[in-house]
Every structure is written in structure tokens, then in C-alpha cells.
Design a protein around this ligand. Structure first.
Ligand code: MCA
Ligand code: AMP
Length: 527
């Protein structure tokens, strides 16, 4: 068996092999090479060590997208820290929970949000800042935290010179590399602990499946606090020795400008819905492109077909989860990319469809619960051994909570979700969190939050509320009430007031019935 190589070591190998190659190409034309990135990684690692980070310590990060944020990720891996990226849209209340649960050693935030977090320094947390141009405390001074300017960070935080070098941690496949929070259907978010082995094996499988090489130039317009933008797009690029056009966010016009110089785009379905509205998306503009990838939410078969008709490219759809990284992919070569399917298992990964109640495997063609096993599957939920155990079968298969069937060609089709989840523009939203807030409002007796079709975001959030006795809930007031605690993308787009929620004989709210009732709410909406 080949020796285990971490993402960090693969990056270092590429940096040694092609130091002057651009890893990042920024919108202002600036190029940042592998060598420069490696240097920033080293400085950042030394700073983290000086801040007291030791192997296993969490480094929580809520910063805007920048090349230095990627260096911070690699620096954390280098020293054996556990990288904990957080959505920049999270509010103070949401951050309070994540920090309380994960108890990081260091929190790196945007300079403009420092005031929200200074008080945490008193609780023993080291708060650093990092702005979009590398500004902030993380990289100030000589950058190694020991003041001698040699970049080795060879003193610890107390300055006692006892030699806490930012040495490369000799990570094994099982050591934790990252925690990504994924909301639960009940209660609060759970931290999925991903190991170095999870990240490296999934990255290798994707490089092979999509024939991704140093020749590739990726358009990177995804956020970097999720699996898709960080562990698929970035990991693949920096371990292959490739380059990326690194954009602060998705913008269809900017992508159209870059397509002629690029080879690969990775996006959520909303990217493709929006690109199809842009006249500059043509076959000629895509002449150098070899691959368009979609994932994180279902791609409409009609968008798949329209994109192929317009550009000559069949979008490659794949299927993943925070807990598992990528599981399946449509073929790059050797078979059709079938609209409405997510393809076949990646090398090394097993997929099965079972009867959810008994765990009994179902024949192909029958709809059941999708389960996955392989080196990509996470090690467990952070400090929740019972919840972890409940989501695994005895033979090691992980229960995804998605429903699907295997078609006649062995391709997986996701037909629904067993879990109560809304996916809006690729962001996951768990209704329970919003319902709990709405239920706390004095004019509300109870609520049900659902996802309904939306022409731009795929799905969007609708709140259905039942008034408390003698009360008349007001939409604006309810939206204001939840706004302070919820990231913007979780805000309901409308509130409907009803006399009662539909229930089955067991008393369970029939969300499917509500989804049907409000299915056309945004049908004519401007995307
Ligand atoms: C922004 N807003 C949203 C969303 N994004 N609301 C609902 N859902 C969203 N996804 C808010 C904005 O704050 C804004 O609020 C308003 O909606 C309209 O913003 P707009 O400018 O249209 O949005 P945008 O900034 O262009 O962003 C849309 C986006 C973005 C490009 C689709 O959300 C995005 O990049 N999504 C990708 C998410 C992702 O990476 N998912 C992967 C995670 P206001 O009304 O105040 O203006 S899942 C994963 O990793 C798994 C493992 C997997 O399989 O990949
Ligand atoms: P997350 O919890 O953010 O990791 O989101 C994972 C969920 O996104 C999966 O369990 C699926 O429900 C959904 N998902 C990811 N990729 C696809 C896809 N290509 N088609 C349909 N659903 C998807």
C-alpha cells in the first residue's frame, strides 16, 4: 500500500516542484505563487503555535475569502490543529454556540468583527484577526510570533524560548483535521469530525475520477467554509499543482469573463441557473473548458439539458455530504452523465439503498435510505458518541438521511430526503432551528418551516404559523424577531398564518402536505 500522504504534505510537494507557479489568480490580476503561499503557511503556523495551539486544538475561523485564509487552513493542518471554518453570515448568537461547543484555542475573525469577540479573550481564547488583504493581527509583525524575524516562531506565547517550533505534525490517517458543523433535525448543530485520511482519500478519488491535473485552471467562486469550496475545490487544486481564479463570490458576469481562460468550474445549481441567464454563456466562450461540476443540491434536469444545448457541455453532477465528503459522481469518461442522477460511487466508496426501518438492502430500482461506507466517511460527531453510533449500522455503513434508488445503469438517483432539511442556493437550513425561534414569539402558538421551490435558490424557506389565542401574528414583526439570531440565508422569505397545521393520525405535522399547498408561491418570482 502506498504510504499515507496528508493534504498538507501533498501541497508542500507541489510547492517544491513548482514554486513559481500561480496557485491563486485574483480579480485585480495579482498572482500568488505556491512559494508565496508556502511562506504564508509557515508564518501563520508559527503564529498559531505562539498562540498556544497544540495538536488536537481547534482553530475556529470566520473570515472573508482570501488567499491568506487558505494559508491559515494549511497552517492549521501543518501543526496538527483542527480547522473549524464558520459561515461568515453567522450571527453573534450562532457563533456563541459554535465556540461554546467546540472550545477552540484560537478564533480568527474579520477585523471588523473583533469587537464582537474581544470579551472571549478573558475566557482564555486567543482572538486573532484576518482581513481580505492579509491585514489583521494574524500576520502582523514578523509573522512568527517570536519577534526575531526568522519566521520560525521558536518561542511560545509566554516568550520563554522553550522551543515550540511550528514543526510539521506527523499526522496519521485517523488524526482529526477539521470539524464542520452540520445542523441536526433535532436540537443543535453537530460538529462532524473529519480526519486527515478522510480529506486525503476523498481528494485522491476525485483527482482520479475527474482527471484533474496541474494543467487545470479552476474558476473558484464558492465560499471556503464548506466541503464543496474547501475540501473539493481547494484541496484538489493545491494537491494537483493546479491554479485557480479565486473570486470573492459568485458573479455570472465575472465567470463569463473568465471562462475563455479556464478549464473547470465547480458550483451549486444556482450558479448554473444564473449562468444560463447570461448571454455571454456560449459554446465559443467555453472552448477551453473541459468540466463543469454541480453539487450540494439537486440540479434541475431542465437546466442540465439547457446548459448542454447552449455550451455543448454536459454538467457533471455529484453527491456529497459534510459527514462524508463526496460519495458518488457521474462519469468524466466512459459513460453518459445522466440528468437527474448523481452517478456511481467514487473509487473506494460503497453505496447501498436499504429499507430504512430494517436496514435490509433493497433490489435496484426500489426507493430506500441511502447508506455509504468508505475512507471518506467521517470519524464521528464532536463529543457526541451516542449520536454518532445512532447514525451508523453495525457493518460500518453511515445512514445519510437521503432517499434514493439505483437505476438500471447502476446510477444513484436521489429522490428525496428522509431528514427535514431545506437546501437554499446550496446552503443547508434546518427547519427546527427556525421553528424554535418562531414558537418563542408571544403571538405564535406553533409553527412549521418548509422549503418550497424557488427559481433562483432551488428551494427557499417559508414559515407557516398558527396564532396563539386572540393573537394576530404579523409577518414583518416575526421576521424581525428571528433576524437577530439567524444568518440571513436562513430567514423565511414569507410567513403564512393558518388556523391549524395539517397532522396525521399520530399527530405528526404533515410537512409534505404544506409543501404541496405552497409549492407555487415563488413560481413566477424573479430569479
Ligand atoms: C445569499 N443569500 C441567500 C443565499 N445566499 N439566501 C438564501 N440562500 C442562499 N444560498 C441572501 C443574501 O444574503 C441576500 O440577502 C439575498 O439572499 C440575495 O443575495 P444574492 O446576492 O442573490 O446572493 P449571492 O451572494 O449571489 O449568493 C447566492 C449563492 C451563494 C451564489 C448561491 O449562496 C453561494 O455561493 N452558495 C454556495 C453555498 C455552498 O458552497 N454550498 C456547499 C455546502 P439580502 O436580501 O439581505 O440582500 S454543502 C456541501 O459542501 C456538501 C458537502 C456538498 O455536497 O457540496
Ligand atoms: P450538507 O449537510 O451541507 O453536507 O449537505 C448534504 C446534503 O446535500 C445531502 O445529504 C443531500 O441531501 C444534499 N445534496 C448534496 N449533493 C446533492 C446532489 N447532487 N443532489 C441532490 N442533493 C444533494
Amino acid at each position: 500500500m502506498a504510504p499515507f500522504t496528508t493534504i498538507y504534505r501533498s501541497f508542500v510537494e507541489q510547492a517544491e516542484r513548482r514554486p513559481d507557479k500561480a496557485l491563486f489568480e485574483l480579480p485585480d490580476g495579482q498572482r500568488i505563487t505556491y512559494r508565496e503561499t508556502a511562506e504564508t503557511v509557515r508564518r501563520t503556523a508559527a503564529r498559531l503555535v505562539a498562540d498556544g495551539v497544540t495538536p488536537g486544538d481547534r482553530v475556529a475561523v470566520q473570515v472573508e475569502k482570501s488567499p491568506e485564509a487558505i494559508a491559515l487552513y494549511l497552517a492549521t493542518l501543518r501543526i496538527g490543529g483542527v480547522f473549524l471554518p464558520l459561515n461568515t453570515a453567522y450571527t453573534g448568537a450562532e457563533m456563541e454556540y459554535f465556540i461554546g461547543d467546540a472550545r477552540p484555542r484560537v478564533l480568527v475573525c474579520s477585523p471588523d468583527r473583533l469587537a464582537d469577540h474581544v470579551h472571549r479573550a478573558e475566557q482564555g481564547l486567543v482572538v486573532e484577526t484576518l482581513g481580505t488583504t492579509g491585514d489583521g493581527t494574524l500576520l502582523d509583525g514578523d509573522g512568527d510570533g517570536d519577534g526575531d524575524g526568522d519566521g520560525d516562531g521558536d518561542r511560545d506565547r509566554d516568550g520563554n524560548g522553550n522551543g515550540r517550533h511550528a514543526k510539521v505534525f506527523d499526522a496519521s490517517a485517523d488524526d482529526p483535521a477539521a470539524i464542520l458543523y452540520t445542523s441536526g433535525t433535532t436540537g443543535r448543530s453537530k460538529g462532524a469530525v473529519l480526519s486527515h485520511g478522510n480529506l486525503a482519500s476523498n481528494c485522491r478519488a476525485l483527482l482520479e475520477a475527474w482527471e484533474y491535473t496541474a494543467e487545470d485552471r479552476l474558476i473558484h467562486a464558492l465560499p471556503i467554509f464548506h466541503i464543496h469550496g474547501l475540501f473539493v475545490a481547494v484541496n484538489m487544486t493545491l494537491t494537483a499543482g493546479a491554479s485557480m481564479y479565486y473570486l470573492p463570490k459568485f458573479d455570472a458576469g465575472t465567470i463569463a469573463d473568465l471562462l475563455p481562460g479556464a478549464t473547470v468550474l465547480m458550483g451549486v445549481p444556482t450558479f448554473y441557473t444564473r449562468l444560463l441567464k447570461n448571454d455571454r454563456l456560449t459554446q465559443e466562450a467555453c472552448a477551453s473548458m473541459r468540466l463543469f461540476v454541480s453539487g450540494s443540491a439537486p440540479l434541475l434536469a431542465s437546466d442540465h439539458q439547457a446548459f448542454e444545448a447552449r455550451t455543448g457541455h454536459a454538467i457533471l453532477e455529484r453527491y456529497g455530504m459534510t459527514e462524508t465528503g463526496m460519495n458518488t459522481t457521474n462519469p468524466y469518461t466512459g459513460g453518459p452523465r445522466k440528468p437527474g442522477t448523481v452517478g456511481i460511487p467514487l473509487p473506494g466508496t460503497e453505496i447501498r439503498v436499504v429499507d430504512g426501518a430494517t436496514g435490509r438492502p433493497l433490489p435496484d430500482g426500489e426507493v430506500g435510505s441511502i447508506e455509504v461506507r468508505g475512507p471518506n466517511v467521517f470519524t464521528g460527531y464532536w463529543q457526541l458518541p451516542e449520536k454518532t453510533a445512532a447514525e451508523f449500522r453495525e457493518d460500518g455503513f453511515f445512514i445519510t438521511g437521503d432517499l434514493g434508488r439505483i437505476d438500471e445503469d447502476g446510477y444513484l438517483r436521489i429522490v428525496g430526503r428522509g431528514k427535514d432539511l431545506v437546501i437554499s442556493g446550496g446552503y443547508n437550513i434546518y427547519p427546527k432551528e427556525i421553528e424554535e425561534l418562531l414558537d418563542a414569539h408571544p403571538t405564535v402558538r406553533e409553527s412549521a418551516v418548509i422549503g418550497v421551490p424557488h427559481p433562483d435558490f432551488g428551494e427557499t424557506v417559508v414559515a407557516v404559523v398558527v396564532p396563539a389565542p386572540d393573537q394576530q401574528p404579523q409577518e414583518a414583526e416575526l421576521l424581525d424577531f428571528v433576524a437577530k439570531d439567524l444568518a440571513r440565508f436562513k430567514h423565511p422569505r414569507t410567513v403564512r398564518v393558518v388556523d391549524a397545521l395539517p397532522r396525521n393520525v399520530m399527530g405528526k405535522v404533515q410537512k409534505a402536505e404544506l409543501r404541496k399547498r405552497y409549492a407555487d408561491l415563488f413560481a413566477g418570482a424573479d430569479a
